[in-house]
Design a protein around this ligand. Structure first.
Ligand SMILES: O=P(O)(O)OC[C@H]1O[C@](O)(CO)[C@@H](O)[C@@H]1O
Length: 556
């Protein structure tokens, strides 16, 4: 019997107890012991923990795991019924139990001509119909056949949404902005409820050639409703046309509530619909991505969906031990639950991925930041870690000091791109190629230093360099061959399935967000108080808030 099993034999054997015992046993081994030059099996281990799918490469060799860890983790996943639940997800079973809904974002990227799994067929039909409508709208815009209320052709699109109706499309638009595209349309994103992002656009853009996209699954989110009201008022006032006319010509609606869109004055031909079985934070593949398609063109948008679909098939069909989203999820849960690492940094080594950390914050934390399990019990441990991060090379000059020598243990995902296609004169290309290599070298060096600490310092330099790098900070590398639409689609779908797998391990519903709703209700109450519309029950009772309301009132 091995050491971990000996330890667990004193307690009731469960996969979770076995993992705790294994974690205790591994405490004595640092990452240096596992991957350092002195470890005889380091090379073999590194190669066993590296996985490639198409243009995506995953390296888990700097995680605090052994083959035994992985096999215990897979046992745990199997004991949670992961294989059956994965099947149920794709078959459209109501995985979102609190809202009694399926979670079929995979249907939005299922290609025509490939039979979907049983149970997903009607969802795929619906999504393909909406994709045709979306394609028509995008092509009309790109042909220059979309005219504003005063007869001028549209040049700019302002996408107004928040949370899942903003973060995904915005992140993709930024990441792929330099891809060749034949469109002449500029896309801008507005989400902040205070109007701070909208104001400069209203100063800069031509109202006669600006199209608004109102992206809101629920069609009730105050942030979006207030932004759209200001933007429509701007168009109506500056063009001197009434509001219904502006809505008829210069507004597209994307929502799961077609009746609300109609009531708002959005003509049927300018409505795109997705169903409530696509969660907000999983919706960038649905018509919520229309602005991405408007910016990049349908070819790139379709390639994004194809990459995501390839990851869906891989997730659905591959054994757990070789399954990329499963492995990433298992390692994440291992760090969080068994090694007690409660924060996780997302560090893209490519400026085009600057919004990836914010996107993943919502995807992971809104999905699995929960402590009541599916059977209504309190979960006894922290679930999702705190996700945070920034563009890696810039962050090296900001918060890496703490990661290297501060007292916190942090896990990290490094995300890097191996090469970049640039259309520029040869000398500029050469110079940029050197920048790429410098960036990759920095990425690998930091990952090494996180893992090995002082042991990463070459012997010849040890005397000259400050010591005290703790190391032992586990990290993964996700390397894309290129930052193209296919690879990005596959990467994002990997993270989506990671979230699902972790929800199965922790027995959570990843598809609702009850905690967010209470905050919204409280804000409405305070808004009513501030605008003099409060009723008796709206009155704020705590003196701290009352005092602040008073101060704001004094200064406004
Ligand atoms: O698309 P909607 O309905 O406007 O919601 C926006 C966001 O608000 C939330 O409900 C809460 O932040 C998210 O889940 C959602 O993505």
């Amino acid at each position: 019997m091995n050491a971990s099993l000996t330890a667990v034999s004193h307690r009731l054997y469960t996969p979770v107890n076995a993992l705790h015992a294994h974690a205790e046993h591994l405490q004595s081994q640092s990452l240096s012991d596992l991957i350092g030059a002195s470890s005889p099996s380091a090379r073999e281990r590194a190669s066993a923990l590296a996985f490639t799918l198409g243009s995506l490469h995953l390296d888990l060799s700097k995680q605090r795991i052994t083959q035994e860890t992985l096999s215990l983790l897979v046992d745990w996943a199997q004991s949670c019924g992961l294989e059956a639940k994965r099947q149920a997800l794709f078959a459209g079973k109501k995985m979102n139990t609190s809202e009694r809904r399926s979670a079929l974002h995979m249907a939005a990227r299922w290609p025509a001509g490939i039979a979907p799994p049983n149970g997903m067929e009607s969802a795929v039909d619906f999504c393909q119909h909406q994709r045709l409508r979306l394609t028509e709208m995008v092509e009309r815009l790109h042909r220059g056949d979309w005219f504003g209320a005063t007869g001028q052709s549209i040049t700019d699109v302002v996408h107004i949404g928040v949370g899942g109706s903003d973060l995904g499309p915005k992140m993709i638009s930024e990441a792929l902005a330099d891809r060749p595209s034949h469109t002449h349309v500029d896309v801008h994103y507005v989400s902040s409820m205070d109007g701070a992002q909208l104001l400069p656009l209203m100063e800069r853009l031509n109202p006669a050639t600006t199209l608004l996209v109102l992206a809101s699954k629920s069609f009730t989110t105050a942030d979006t409703q207030f932004n759209i009201r200001t933007a429509l008022t701007w168009l109506s006032e500056s063009l001197e046309v009434d509001m219904p006319t502006v809505c008829r010509y210069q507004l597209i609606g994307v929502s799961s509530k077609p009746d609300n869109m109609t009531e708002f004055g959005i003509p049927d031909a300018h409505q795109l619909v997705f169903k409530d079985w696509i969660g907000g934070r999983f919706s960038l593949w649905s018509p919520i991505g229309v602005s991405v398609a408007m910016q990049l063109g349908m070819e790139s948008f379709n390639a994004l969906l194809e990459g995501a679909h390839a990851m869906d098939r891989h997730f659905l069909e591959t054994p757990l031990i070789e399954n990329l989203p499963v492995l990433v999820a298992l390692v994440g849960a291992w760090n969080c639950q068994f090694l007690n690492i409660s924060t996780h940094a997302v560090l893209p080594y490519d400026g085009r991925l600057k919004s990836l950390p914010a996107y993943l914050q919502q995807l992971e934390m809104e999905s699995n930041g929960k402590s009541v399990s599916l059977d209504g019990r309190s979960v006894a441990h922290a679930t999702c870690p705190i996700i945070w991060g920034d563009v890696g090379p810039n962050a090296q000059h900001a918060f890496y000091q703490l990661l290297h020598q501060g007292g916190h243990t942090v896990s990290a995902d490094f995300v890097a791109v191996a090469s970049r296609e640039v259309d520029a004169p040869q000398a500029v290309k050469d110079s940029l190629a050197a920048q790429e290599q410098l960036t990759l070298a920095n990425c690998l060096a930091q990952a090494q230093l996180f893992a090995l600490g002082d042991d990463a310092i070459p012997a010849g330099l040890r005397g000259h360099m400050a010591q005290g790098y703790r190391g032992n900070q586990p990290n993964s590398l996700l390397l894309l061959k290129q930052l193209d639409a296919w690879s990005l689609g596959a990467l994002i779908a990997l993270y989506e399935h990671k979230v699902f797998v972790q929800s199965v391990l922790w027995n959570l519903n990843p598809f609702d967000q009850p905690g967010v709703e209470l905050g919204k209700k409280l804000a409405t109450t305070l808004f009513n108080t501030m605008t003099g519309n409060s009723s008796e029950q709206d009155l704020v009772s705590d003196p701290s808030t009352e005092q602040l309301l008073h101060k704001i009132g004094e200064w406004r």
